[in-house]
Design a protein around this ligand. Structure first.
Ligand code: AMP
Length: 384
């Protein structure tokens, strides 16, 4: 349904999902004078704590969706596993961005990878596996080593198993309970980078500078900007992400994660239909951050300036370091560090509890600040 754009402060915006991304969207929207309604079944959701209204219900609850459709001038999502049918239902009554079709493609790894290939984007070699009898053909397509990944509901490296031969592949598929999977050839990685961008209804696109990402145990650990990869790789990554957004007819904030292999090839890994952890550096290091931009795109406002104001290292804070109770003064004593905590009551290993941005005049000083504080907090230092 088309809305009267732009939607101005004072209106109510809706968001499906109440995690940290929804929380930071809510803070940005409220700062700009909007009211926010969050839908999330969790009574203690990080975004629910910040919202004007928290509708505590399942994402498929028709009554809850109706309530949102009636109250909200526009609705977005922070969570890619939101049922596409709920977005379709909402879009009959109110503005929904991004569109349900784009979300449904990228929330299913098999569809996402197939869509990328059909649209001419380069990925790691892959094959789809829906049944045991497809294992052999998949192995021939990718070779070994390879990574078997579930098509749906995998995140932060969960639902992924590295396999070195046919026997391991068969047992990994059984371990994942025979659900539809993608088998991906293992990439000899030189680097991982991502592009976060926003696209408006007009087709205008603005991307932030490329982030260089390090993962530990499949979970994003740090994002460093400016990235150390070549200018041409950065330009290629931004152009590719922009083309993907256009082909998906995407409106809103979106991220594309890439692998840079040892030969310097840029491979698309995955697309996130929402702001992204690797874009958290924009909160403190850019003129406009990814959450304000999400509000702007959703409301049909002009997109904000994405310029980088300072070298930055973003460090994720996982629940692992909560065991000893983090000493927040380690971070708060530094004038160049910005701490963001998500208000999660329970800390678990691997759970994203917050992050901090280290800002400094030079990249070397930002990395040094990140390394010193990581060590003091008990997080392994960044290798060179
Ligand atoms: P994903 O959930 O697909 O983003 O995977 C999580 C992380 O696992 C990535 O950021 C990489 O560090 C690693 N990884 C995933 N797929 C591959 C691959 N095909 N080859 C090498 N490393 C991979």
């Amino acid at each position: 349904m088309s809305a009267n754009l732009p939607i101005l402060p004072g209106a109510t915006l809706g968001i499906l999902g109440g995690g940290q991304l929804g929380r930071m969207f809510t803070i940005a929207a409220r700062t700009m004078g909007y009211r926010v309604m969050v839908l999330d079944p969790d009574p203690q959701s990080p975004a629910g704590q910040m919202a004007d209204v928290h509708v505590q219900a399942d994402y498929t609850d028709h009554g809850a969706l109706k309530k949102m459709a009636e109250a909200c001038a526009a609705v977005t999502t922070e969570f890619e596993n939101v049922p596409a049918a709920s977005l379709v239902e909402l879009s009959r009554y109110t503005r929904v961005a991004p569109n349900a079709e784009a979300v449904s493609i990228v929330q299913d790894r098999s569809r996402e990878k197939t869509w990328l290939r059909e649209n001419g984007f380069t990925t790691a070699p892959f094959a789809l596996i829906a049944h045991e009898n497809e294992l052999e053909a998949a192995a021939l397509a990718t070779g070994f080593p390879a990574i078997l990944k579930v098509s749906r509901f995998g995140y932060d490296g969960k639902g992924q198993i590295r396999v070195n031969n046919r026997n391991e592949l068969a047992s990994a598929f059984a371990e994942l309970e025979g659900v539809p999977c993608v088998l991906e050839g293992f990439v000899q990685m030189a680097n991982e980078v991502s592009v976060v961008l926003a696209r408006a209804d007009s087709g205008e696109c603005r991307s932030w500078p490329v982030g260089e990402n390090r993962h530990t145990n499949g979970i994003l650990d740090t994002t460093t900007v400016p990235a150390s990869v070549s200018e041409s790789i950065q330009e290629n990554a931004q152009a590719t992400a922009t083309q993907i957004a256009a082909k998906l007819d995407y409106v809103g904030v979106m991220a594309v994660e890439f692998f840079v292999d040892s030969a310097g090839n840029l491979l698309v890994n995955e697309i996130a239909p929402r702001p992204h952890n690797s874009g958290h550096y924009t909160l403190d290091a850019c003129v406009t951050d990814q959450f304000e931009q999400q509000v702007r795109a959703l409301c049909g406002l002009p997109l904000g300036d994405t310029r980088l104001l300072s070298p930055v290292v973003m460090v994720n804070l996982l629940g692992d370091i909560w065991r000893q109770g983090p000493d927040w003064m380690v971070l708060l004593r530094h004038p160049g560090i910005k701490l963001h905590l998500y208000g999660k009551a329970e800390a678990r290993p691997g759970r994203k509890m917050g992050h901090y941005n280290c800002l400094a005049e030079s990249m070397d000083s930002a990395v040094e600040l990140a390394n010193i504080t990581r060590k003091q907090l008990g997080i392994i230092p960044l290798s060179g």
